[in-house]
Design a protein around this ligand. Sequence first.
Ligand SMILES: [Fe+2]
Ligand SMILES: [Fe+2]
Length: 150
Amino acid sequence: MNAEDEEFYEVLSGIREEAHVQEMKRYKQHGCVSTFEHCENVARLCYRLNRALFLRANLRTLLIGAMLHDFFLYDWHEEGDGSHRLHGFSHAGRACRNAEKYFEIDKEIRHVIYCHMWPLNLQRVPMSREAWLVCLADKYVSLQETLFRR
Ligand SMILES: [Fe+2]
Ligand SMILES: [Fe+2]
């Protein structure tokens, strides 16, 4: 493992392995990509951008926020009782509640998760560099997964 990988996994240790986070492997996010893989892809891109652009983000806030940004724990493609129909609008809030339930997250990490769907959630504007990074990286990674991983 190179030094970058070591740092990446070190910050996320205890998060990636947790049973509910592992449960995200069961849900499909885009194409054939699981929600777990999606969150890890976003975290990875955030990590790289932060280094490449010398953004000096708080790594814990950035990577834990990215890893838990879609921690909503259901398959959003499934119709079910229709409660997932507003998924785009509601899942950031659900992810926050799960993150608070299973981990002790601070308000900076909570903010990253809560605001990641801006501008769909128009009033939840990212206010930190970590939140901006996750918000933008999520859009880029989502597009790439949707276009190329079917
Ligand atoms: Fe999301
Ligand atoms: Fe996402």
